[in-house]
Design a protein. Structure first.
Length: 530
């Protein structure tokens, strides 16, 4: 066994000794691609979503230098027809690209050093064939020509060069040329490569609109199907993990659910779920694996429409997104859509292929956004969050004057002058002003109730002690008229059974004076007095 050629099964052995979630079904999928035109697979997903675990699993299964039968016996793959046909039958070259970038190598020589290290191990196994002065593709081609042996390549964190050496275009170009020499020359590739499996955070780099390696089948956070169940833990798997835990599935669902991928598959961050179950406490575990400055650096950028998009997503909304302009790197950022697409690949946003829109996936990530906003350069966003937290308390304490003033500030800050006198702008201002309600409330706009539609209703989430709120908006009338409409049309009836207390909040905007007024009543207390 070597460091790069046939590394053995110790890595996977350590994984299965823990509370292992069986993802060996991925092996069966890869088995069906061996030796075919679909043999080149590139998987991209965020940090700490199990990429390295999968790579070590594949090494253990295919590596012919070890016996992995005891590790896979009883796992899903052992029931597959292809299981024994390919178990421990191949020379496997495993490259963890992160290790090469973190070692004390000169950047300009790192790829040559990598090739030399792999060639040295190949020479030990094939001493009559290997010429150490050749490039790695040439050496593999010579081995395949003289012995008929083919290799399986497993490259973990393939895109680290594009992430860690963002400005070194010379190194990036050299790397792409190496990968093309290995996997793009179809005549030579078919002779020497049985399969390749690459993992990374970013999809394959584009040049213009074309991928740098068009022969790879890519499975990304934008289009993961049919491999979406291997992106993270599925809902069924999380339910199983909760069976012997002090945390319930509903607890984990409330905090971590939200990565809804192709075919409506709900995926959970393995890092978040595993740490929560281990500690018996919900928390921000995945986001703590990387400093929030990485998120902060992107949302601080001065791109048209980015501020509004962040505010709306913090309020729980989806934002339409064109994902086609993104060049799959961290430097060719041309606008808001490129930033949001990058954040999908980094795991901070989730993309809906059906609606072509993005949103913040769950409570864990939303809190990371708020933390990044509060500590970032966009003081207007930071102030919006702080003012919203204060506004919620002022509303609960029924401070009508303070609430009216806060809504006025939000209306001014969140609306362009030419749209200020617009009813939809006022509705948006309310949503932005109460953005912190997402912590403890479910927001529903135009909720059917009584004999009409309530403008905005805030229903407290399970476990919250906050009152429910029915907000009605008026234009050039009075705040008391808004309260009367709530009562006359019996909007609060939809909240029966949700809470012991319901606040009725009427807000009016006077187009002439540009003044906002507010009236707040406690509906439940009034009913009890009667």
């Amino acid at each position: 066994m070597g460091q790069y050629l046939n590394v053995g099964n110790a890595g996977f052995g350590a994984i299965v000794k823990g509370q292992y979630v069986d993802k060996t079904g991925l092996i069966e999928y890869i088995n069906h691609t061996l030796g075919t035109k679909e043999k080149l697979t590139c998987i991209s997903r965020p940090r700490r979503f199990g990429k390295s675990f999968a790579a070590q699993m594949l090494c253990a299964y295919y590596d012919k230098s070890c016996d992995s039968e005891p590790l896979f016996s009883g796992l899903k793959i052992s029931q597959s027809k292809s299981y024994r046909e390919h178990l421990n039958q191949y020379d496997v070259i495993y490259l963890d690209m992160t290790s090469f970038m973190t070692e004390d190598y000169e950047r300009k020589t790192v790829l040559r050093v990598m090739q030399d290290l792999v060639i040295r191990e190949l020479q030990e196994q094939y001493p009559q064939v290997v010429c150490p002065e050749e490039t790695l593709p040439a050496v593999l081609a010579a081995i395949a020509e003289k012995t008929g042996n083919k290799f399986i390549f497993i490259i973990d964190e393939w895109d680290v060069i594009f992430r860690e050496a963002k400005e070194d275009t010379e190194l990036q170009t050299e790397y792409i040329r190496l990968l093309r020499a290995l996997f793009k020359d179809s005549g030579r590739t078919d002779k020497m490569i049985e399969a390749a499996y690459m993992t990374g955070i970013l999809p394959v780099k584009k040049y213009g609109t074309q991928s740098a390696m068009t022969d790879f089948y890519e499975y990304t956070m934008l289009r993961p199907e049919p491999l979406e169940e291997y992106v993270g833990f599925t809902e069924e798997e999380v339910r199983g993990l909760c069976e012997n835990s002090s945390l319930s599935f509903s607890d984990l669902q409330r905090w971590y659910d939200g990565y809804t991928l192709g075919n409506n598959t709900h995926i959970y961050s393995p890092k978040s779920v595993s740490d929560a179950l281990k500690r018996g406490r919900l928390g921000n575990y995945w986001t703590q694996s990387e400093t929030y400055e990485s998120l902060q650096s992107y949302i601080d950028r001065d791109e048209d429409g980015l501020r509004e998009a962040i505010v709306q997503m913090l309020a729980g909304k989806q934002i339409k997104l064109d994902v086609e302009t993104f060049q799959n790197d961290m430097t060719s950022i041309r606008g808001k859509d490129d930033i949001l697409t990058l954040l999908v690949h980094l795991g901070y946003l989730v993309y809906s292929y059906d609606s072509e829109a993005v949103s913040i996936p769950n409570e864990e990530v939303r809190r990371e956004f708020i933390r990044a906003v509060k500590g970032g350069k966009r003081t207007e966003l930071a102030n919006l969050i702080k003012n919203s937290e204060l506004l919620l308390e002022q509303t609960i304490h029924m401070d009508e004057t303070a609430v009216a003033a806060a809504i006025e500030r939000a209306h001014s800050a969140g609306t362009a002058p030419n749209f200020y006198n617009n009813e939809q702008a006022l509705r948006s201002a309310i949503r932005f002003a109460y953005i912190s309600c997402v912590d403890e409330y479910q927001e529903i706009q135009e909720l059917p109730s009584g004999t009409g539609y309530a403008d905005v209703v805030y229903i407290p989430k399970k476990g919250s002690s906050k009152p429910a709120m029915v907000v009605e908006l008026k234009w050039n009338k009075t705040a008391k008229a808004a309260i009367r409409q709530i009562k006359d049309r019996n909007y609060p009836q939809i909240l029966e059974g949700f809470t012991d207390k319901i606040l009725l909040v009427g807000i009016n905007y006077d187009e002439q004076t540009k003044a906002h007024s507010c009236c707040i009543e406690c509906y439940r207390e009034q009913k009890m007095e009667r």
